[in-house]
Design a binder for this molecule. Structure first.
Ligand code: BES
Ligand code: ZN
Length: 615
């Protein structure tokens, strides 16, 4: 008896789930889902099975083969990170039928009321399950050690439609009198007037964090042979997104050439409302994206390249637990940059490496009192993964793989990568499995690279490296000159796009004279940039430099987007440090109180934890 994952109650002595069959009935007025799930275990089990849940109420647990009720109990103690374990006494069961209901505050779900949507006519709901929120939708062994196939029937008002991280197989009226409801609600409700059922299957085994759906008024445009882009229908986003992502098929082809066949059949994209808490989420077959990536200049392709790269690294080969998260994001960041280099060229790839490098250096400062989270292999016992989300697994992971590439040369590294992916596809692995594979396939590598320092050491290893590129070097040195009061000339910035400005702003000193901030903005109008990366980097500088005239823009920004990449630094800049003015903290609290209900629950939690740490 031992836990297999610091973020799950799943026990090593229990068989793992291999399949989940779900029925979901959406109650929009109460923001809840009444559901049933049949979990299939890898082998019959007798004893007390433990599943992860959070914010669920359980109605019944049944052995579907004998149709007998099984004794169950939800632990009265709620773990603040892992949630509430569900104990079920089973005897020789390989299938378990559970009926249950989510609650208004299930952490994976954001429910948008009609006024919060684009057309303002119908509600909208969507999921974000990574890292440990699937358990707030259905009871499961919510650890990426397990891989499950699923099918799902979703019942909602007929005016709406659904997309999922799976293949749609049907859309029809609910069927009467044949157990179509799967007992999640009674048949009268299930077949009630104005309802529709959509059915999906996921035939490939995936970790539970990749379970995803969105239900609302959703339309689509075709952008490639295996790609449609979906978004709220009627919004101008659809056309803009179709343009922005026109190059997706080229990127898939590059990915296939570098990493092997694309195994998921379709690569569709869903652009969510602005409250989506991430830039992108690699839900298989249906990547979820923030609308802030659509900037009209094809730079959103970088985020798509990243989520696409996860099709090989992360979704095909998954980290066993979050302690090994770098295997997901480090490999994906490396793969993303290889795709970007192939389609947009070496200079753009170098800019991205440079922005990542600065991000990594800044994280060392953030974690200076908690160096554990500057390691690749971490110990996350007792730690909420949303609290320690950082650039470290992405950028230190990238640096490690880039270091290996430099050691053995690109052709050999490319061959190694292909072999690695083919060897471990559809498996969940840990850091030592990767290192063993590396040592077996690149004999002697441990004599050239200090693998232990890279994976277990804190900080940035001395053989990590900044990119070599004349544009990168030029921008970083221009940023240094700002300290002496020199602003870049119009001529110097004429060819700059968002990424160049982002790199420039992030390399400026943390704070400068307020007059310098306004002078820079007068000349280049950065506070009005349509590119949130630029705007937020500028606003961070403005807050740190005490430029109060920008606080109205800060407020507007915090109220129009819910992407945590922007919320985190802005709220942190407002409240961090002992010298922060009281007014700034009050301002941050007021804005959060007013914006809160527009944020996804995960973002609400993250902002709450930032404010509570500093107030
Ligand atoms: N899988 C991540 C998002 C994530 C990580 C969600 C951890 C929940 C927990 C996704 O692939 C990602 O990394 N998104 C980035 C995109 C960027 C690196 C291009 C983001 O959201 O900023
Ligand atoms: Zn990622």
């Amino acid at each position: 008896m031992a836990p297999i994952d610091p973020h799950s109650f799943t026990d090593s002595s229990h068989p793992l789930t291999t399949h989940i069959s779900l029925n979901l009935y959406f109650n929009f007025p109460s923001s809840t889902i009444s559901s049933s799930a049949i979990l299939t275990l890898s082998a019959p089990f007798s004893g007390e099975l433990v599943l992860d849940t959070r914010s669920l109420s359980i109605t019944s647990v049944i052995d579907p083969l004998t149709n007998t009720h099984l004794p169950f109990s939800l632990s009265p103690v709620i773990d603040p990170i892992k949630g509430q374990p569900l104990h079920i006494s089973v005897s020789n069961c390989a299938k378990i039928l559970i009926t249950f209901c989510s609650s208004r505050d299930s952490s994976a779900l954001q429910w948008l009321t009609p006024p919060q949507t684009f057309n303002k006519k119908f509600p909208f709901v969507y999921t974000q399950c990574q890292s440990i929120h699937a358990r707030s939708i259905f009871p499961c062994q919510d650890t990426p050690t397990t891989r499950v196939r699923y099918n799902a029937k979703l019942n909602f008002p007929y005016q709406l439609s659904c997309v999922m991280s799976g293949k749609q197989v049907d859309r029809r009226s609910p069927l009467m009198g044949c157990g179509d409801s799967g007992f999640c609600v009674d048949e009268d409700l299930w077949c009630g007037e104005g309802r529709v059922v959509e059915e999906f299957v996921m035939e490939q085994p995936i970790p539970t964090y990749l379970f995803a759906f969105a239900v609302g008024e959703i339309g689509w445009r075709e952008v490639g042979p295996r790609t449609k882009v979906y978004a709220e229908s009627g919004s101008e986003i659809l056309d803009a997104a179709a343009k922005e992502f026109a190059g997706t098929e080229d990127m898939i082809r590059v990915g296939e050439k570098l990493f092997g066949e694309y195994d998921w059949e379709r690569f569709d994209l869903l652009v969510l409302p602005p409250s989506f808490p991430y830039g992108g989420m690699e839900n298989p077959r249906m990547v979820f994206l923030t609308p802030t990536v659509i900037k009209g200049d094809a730079s959103g392709a970088q985020v798509v390249a990243h989520e696409l790269a996860h099709s090989w690294t992360g979704n095909l080969i998954t980290n066993k637990t979050n302690d090994h998260f770098w295997l997901n994001e480090g490999f994906t960041t490396y793969a993303e940059r290889r795709i970007v280099e192939a389609v947009q060229g070496e200079d753009i790839a170098a800019l991205n490496i440079g922005i990542g490098w600065k991000g990594l250096v800044d994280e060392m400062e953030r974690f200076k009192d908690n160096m554990e989270f500057t390691k690749l292999l971490t110990n996350q016992e007792g730690v909420d993964p949303d609290d320690v989300y950082s650039q470290v697994p992405y950028e230190k992971g990238f640096q490690f793989l880039w270091r290996i590439e430099r050691q053995i040369g690109r052709p050999a590294f490319d061959e190694f990568l292909k072999k690695y992916i083919a060897a471990f596809k559809f498996q969940s692995i840990d850091t030592s499995m990767f290192l063993d594979f590396l040592k077996a396939n690149v004999p002697g590598i441990e004599n050239d690279i200090d693998l232990k320092t890279w994976t277990e050491g804190t900080g940035i290893p001395s053989d990590a490296m900044e990119p070599v590129s004349s544009i990168y070097t030029k921008i970083v040195s221009l940023a240094r000159e700002f300290k002496q009061g020199r602003m870049p000339s119009e001529e110097e910035v004429v060819s700059w796009h968002g990424q160049e400005w982002e790199l420039y702003l992030e390399n400026l000193p943390k704070s400068v004279e307020a007059s310098q901030v306004t002078a820079l903005d007068c000349r280049y109008r950065l506070s009005e940039s349509k590119d949130y990366e630029v705007k937020v980097a500028f606003l961070q500088l403005a807050i740190a430099s005490r430029c109060s005239e920008y606080y109205n823009v800060v407020e507007r920004t915090l109220k129009e987007v819910g992407r945590m990449k922007y919320l985190r630094p802005l709220y942190t800049a407002l409240v961090q440090g002992t010298t922060r003015k009281e007014e700034d903290k009050i301002f941050a609290q007021r804005v959060f109180a007013e914006a809160r209900e527009c944020y996804h629950p995960i973002a609400q939690g993250v902002v709450e934890s930032i404010l509570s740490k500093h107030l």
